[in-house]
Each structure stands twice: as C-alpha cells, then as structure tokens.
Design a protein around this ligand. Sequence first.
Ligand SMILES: Cc1cc2nc3c(=O)[nH]c(=O)nc-3n(C[C@H](O)[C@H](O)[C@H](O)COP(=O)(O)O)c2cc1C
Length: 194
Amino acid sequence: MKRIAIGPKNGLYPSLTTIVGAEPDDKPNWITIAHVGIMNHATGAVPQYLSIGLNRSHYTNKGIHEHGEFSINIPSVKMMQVTDYVGLVSGATTDKSELFPIARGTLKHAPMIADVPLSMECKLVQAITLGHHEIFIGEVVETFVDESCLTDGKPDLEKIDPLLFDFMKIDYWSLGQRVGLPWREGKTYKTDNK
Ligand SMILES: Cc1cc2nc3c(=O)[nH]c(=O)nc-3n(C[C@H](O)[C@H](O)[C@H](O)COP(=O)(O)O)c2cc1C
C-alpha cells in the first residue's frame, strides 16, 4: 500500500446533514449544518451536549446569541432538495421562515421542523470563537421522533434514512447497511487472529 500525504485536510466524513433552527429578530430561520459533533455520552442525570460549527457570517448565529436556544433537525434523504436550498440562501436576504411546518417544545426560541424524522431542542451552554467560525455547544433539552421512525421505542436509522454529507468530494450520500454490533465484534478478535 502506498500512502499519499494530501495536506492537513479534514477526513471526518461522512457527517450528518442537519437543519439548525433559531430565531434571529424573533423570526424562525433555518440553516443547513453538516459540522455537528457529539460532545459526550450522557448517562443518568448527566446532560447530553452537542456542538454545531457555524461560520460567523451566518444570519442564524444572531438568533442563537439573542435567545441562547436552537434546534437540530435531522432531515431524511427525501428532503435533500429543501435541505440544500436552506444551505444556499441566507435569512439575512431571503425569508426562510415559512419553508417548514413548525413544532415547539419547551423552549420558546428553538423552532423545530414538524415533519423531519427527529428533532432536538437545545439550550446554549457555551459559544467558542475559532477563526472564522463559532462553535455553539448546546444541552439537549428534549428530543422528538416521528413515531414511524421508532423500533422498540428507539430511533431507527433505517427508518430515519438520514442525509449524509461528504465535503471531500462534495456529495450527498445515504446510509449503507448495518454490519455489526459495537462492543461485541471485538470480543473474538484475539482468538480469531492467533
Ligand atoms: C450541505 C451543506 C452543509 C453546510 N454545512 C455548514 C456548516 O457545517 N457550517 C456552516 O457554517 N455553514 C454550512 N453550510 C452553509 C450554510 O448552510 C449557508 O451558508 C446558509 O445559507 C446560511 O444561512 P443563514 O445566513 O440564514 O444563517 C452548509 C451548506 C450546505 C449546503
């Protein structure tokens, strides 16, 4: 195998394509965000923290700063066109507030998309400026799932059919298939590879 150095590129793809909701100037606005992160594994009373990375130039940032709240919505592959549109135009110049039916949870300024498979309403915990970007870390306050996307009470990726993003070749992808069980497959590694 010949390994080629391609420069200090981000190789963490695919990532999820999400639509983040916030209320700059008290009006719902939506932004497509693929740079999302899982900050911890929440157990018991420990809150679940997630991060989103937004360029400082985006209009949505204003709403997150104004209210300290936002939502993260997971569109399915069949919502690819509108998801892409949301990432092409800015709420600063184009009204995106009526693109989706809106659902509300417990937070006042974290509009969610009523017809996506899964939405999370988040309370801003920390905002970090990193070069041209702001990293917003949010605590998940509540998660809502379309009941047709649940199996045995748990969100089912096959039913959610999330839209994946690749910024290396610049493509959208859909999921492949389930291949194994985490924390199980490795148990026989040593005996199988003597
Ligand atoms: C697939 C896709 C993924 C994107 N991911 C991000 C991202 O992670 N961070 C970011 O700052 N902008 C991202 N963008 C760009 C913003 O969604 C886009 O500039 C948007 O129009 C800004 O909206 P706003 O000004 O209304 O906030 C992405 C766009 C697309 C199409």
